[in-house]
Design a protein around this ligand. Structure first.
Ligand SMILES: Cc1ncc(C[n+]2csc(CCOP(=O)(O)OP(=O)(O)O)c2C)c(N)n1
Ligand code: SF4
Ligand SMILES: [Mg+2]
Length: 351
């Protein structure tokens, strides 16, 4: 694989974040995706979210599978840890890395083919275990990299570029994530940066399994009339349930909200989400109601976007396993060996 590095020159007046980093410090290599691909817009939103959060790039581990979507970590956070794994195996690689070093921020990047077909089991188990991560699926309804076959998220009745009708039922990954117990579930659209950036920021700040299904049109193979993942279709059928403002722990709430129009949700790290309801009957803390809402709207051909569910008191895999606060990869043999007396006791209990 060849990488095209961006020139190092930076305009001296580029805005800086709290760490003194500019936007450029969160970018990666030049993208080799098709011009106009939705995935590149998601890359831009991830860069923006990490810049705004003032994340130290070396504290991030970006892990992906195989596909155009899984190539994108090369195009952002060039100074972070990265692992481009095997098709559908991002979740298990990420789980292992997270268990070894809980101090990093984990970004899992995948595609609908990568997560809803070959990696469907891996997707399910990482979410049900509550791995502390931001799991992003760049969902275009096709296998873009291998020339546009229907993926398992393609809607029944939608048409391929050559006019073939998809006769299989589709998998709704956000609905699955709700069922599997993810403690943060959102859906957004690559073309709606205003909605997407605060969602990514909130997901990164969330201490648990955060899943974001991002509809991301493939301009080469799935952006025609008859596709339900095209730019036009998503814009026409987008039912947004809420809008988020992300407020970091250091910032006062500056925006004036009409009383009763906004719910302020505290996150574990002290940051807050200002949640503006766009649908009066939508409760972001009710998992079962969210599942019903998604199904009813999907049956009408609508795509529900926004923060779909958030557990106010999430917990993660480390809490479930009672692991120590110190990352396991820095413990030495002295800390890891329980001692002869304990080992004898364990052995005796197994006889
Ligand atoms: C084990 C294995 N099986 C099949 C492939 C071929 N393959 C590469 S990418 C891909 C699908 C990618 O689709 P998706 O995850 O939706 O990514 P997109 O390109 O659409 O972003 C497939 C089937 C592979 N690389 N490895
Ligand atoms: S084939 Fe589709 S998904 Fe892949 S880079 Fe091109 S537009 Fe994007
Ligand atoms: Mg795809």
């Amino acid at each position: 694989m060849t990488y095209l590095a961006k020139p190092k020159f930076q305009h001296p007046d580029l805005p800086k974040n709290e760490l003194g980093y500019t936007h450029r410090d969160y970018e990666g290599s030049v993208s080799t995706l098709c011009a106009g691909c939705g995935h590149d817009s998601i890359t831009a939103s991830i860069i923006q979210a990490c810049f705004e959060l003032s994340i130290e790039p070396h504290r991030v581990a970006k892990i992906s599978g195989i596909g155009c979507s899984s190539k994108t970590p090369t195009y952002f956070l060039g100074n972070s840890h990265g692992f481009n794994s095997v098709h559908g195996r991002m979740p298990s690689v990420l789980t292992g890395a997270n268990l070894a070093n809980r101090d990093l921020i984990y970004l899992g990047v995948s595609g609908d083919g990568d997560s809803a077909s070959i990696g469907f089991g891996q997707f399910a188990h990482a979410l049900r275990r509550g791995v502390n991560m931001t799991y992003i699926v760049e969902n275009n309804g096709v296998y873009g990299l291998t020339k546009g076959q229907f993926s398992a998220t393609a809607d029944r009745g939608s048409k391929s570029k050559r006019g073939v009708t998809n006769t299989d039922n589709s998998i709704d990954l956000a609905a699955m994530a709700l069922q599997l117990g993810a403690s943060f579930v959102a859906r957004s659209f690559s073309g709606d940066k205003q909605q997407l950036v605060p969602i990514i920021r909130a997901a990164i700040a969330h201490e648990g399994a955060a899943f974001i299904d991002i509809i991301s049109p493939c301009v080469a193979f799935n952006n025609h009339a008859g596709s339900t993942k095209s730019f036009d279709f998503v814009r026409e059928h987008n039912e947004s349930v809420n809008r988020l403002d992300f407020i970091s722990s250091r910032m006062p709430i500056e925006v004036q909200y009409e009383p009763g129009t906004v719910e302020i949700v505290e996150q574990h790290d002290g940051s807050r989400l200002a949640l503006r309801k766009l649908q009066a009957d939508y409760d972001v803390h009710d998992r079962t109601a969210a599942q019903g809402f998604l199904q009813q709207h999907a049956a009408k051909g609508q795509i529900v976007t926004g923060l779909l569910y958030m557990d106010k008191t999430p917990s993660d895999l480390h809490a479930h396993l009672h692991t120590v606060d110190v990352p396991l990869n820095v413990l030495d043999a002295k800390d890891l060996c329980p001692g002869q007396a304990t080992l004898d006791k364990v052995n005796a209990s197994l006889r």
